[in-house]
Design a protein around this ligand. Structure first.
Ligand code: SAM
Length: 277
């Protein structure tokens, strides 16, 4: 049996009683860093039967070892350094291997930085896109930002503290300057803070106030009020939608064409087409 166990993203009081129970009873606790997990276990009074290092760099070799243990009837609980395993952290591959081997997989949910940030971002939570970390390599990063520019969902990014300043520059360069952004910092910790500015304002802000601690960045979706909606654009969109409806174009195609032509969100245009049809 494999348990994916969520652990706190800063505030140790966020550890669930069920997480404590499962970690106390597991035959093996697979963790990224035995020192980091050791601190959590000690704090919670958990005596691990066995700690096993399972991390990004050894997962290809160590995954099958854990699978063998589970095949022999052992219970493995996997944790990451913080938050939910498998979310921008090791776990995805182990779950896949377990599923392939017919091993039962269960989750003990805990805090996720992305969802916690989104919830208090003040931006739309109806539709969102979880990007996690952008690629490290410059060209791939630029390409990814170019693609993200067209998304009409709130975008949720992870970034290392020392790269937040650079990220605001890259976002501005990629054309996100006017978008509202929520920089959610040190969630659940003493200095928790949400900095709500446009991307360009944030760039200036971080030039004067060096970013400290861990951040999740949430970006306003394309087509949100006050950003990409040019004066008259909604009216033009309506005219275009009506014209294409008259031509008998399918709703989905209309939404795509009008979204491209006006820069307004595809989902928004889809809903508007339904309203007008
Ligand atoms: N698995 C984790 C989760 O469930 O959220 C994410 C791990 S990922 C390696 C680490 C990134 O998550 C950080 O670089 C930061 O972007 C974000 N993060 C983690 N803890 C955070 C916190 N307390 N406040 C803000 N961001 C946090």
């Amino acid at each position: 049996m494999l348990y994916l166990v969520g652990t706190p993203i800063g505030n140790l009081s966020d550890m669930s009683p069920r997480a404590i129970e499962v970690l106390s009873e597991a035959d093996v606790i697979a963790c990224e860093d035995t020192r980091v997990t050791g601190i959590l276990l000690k704090e919670k009074g958990i005596e691990a039967k066995k700690l096993f290092c399972y991390q990004e760099h050894n997962k290809a070799a160590k995954g099958p070892v854990l699978i063998d243990m589970m095949k022999q009837g052992m219970t493995v609980a996997q944790v990451s350094d913080a938050g939910m395993p498998a979310i921008s952290d090791p776990g995805e591959d182990l779950v896949r291997l377990a599923v392939e081997a017919g091993i039962e997989v269960s989750v003990i949910p805990g805090p996720v930085a992305a969802v916690s940030a989104l919830a208090i971002s003040g931006l739309s939570t109806r539709y969102y896109h979880f990007e996690g970390f952008l690629p490290q390599e410059n060209k791939k990063r630029r390409d990814r930002l170019e693609a993200l520019k067209g998304y009409d969902e709130t975008i949720v990014l992870y970034e290392a503290p020392h790269r937040i300043q650079k990220l605001t520059e890259e976002l501005e360069e990629a054309g996100f300057g006017d978008r509202k952004a929520s920089f959610c910092r040190e969630l659940t910790k003493k200095y928790e803070e949400v900095i709500r500015l446009t991307v360009s304002e944030a760039k200036k802000y971080f030039e004067e106030n060096a970013p400290r601690g861990e951040f999740v960045v949430c970006l306003e979706p394309l087509g949100s009020a006050g950003t990409k909606t040019e004066p008259g654009a909604a009216c033009d969109a309506d005219t275009l939608i009506k014209l294409l409806l008259e031509k008998g174009m399918p709703t989905k195609d209309i939404a795509q064409v009008v979204s491209k032509a006006t820069g307004l969100g595809k989902k928004e245009m889809y809903a508007r087409t339904l309203e007008l049809s």
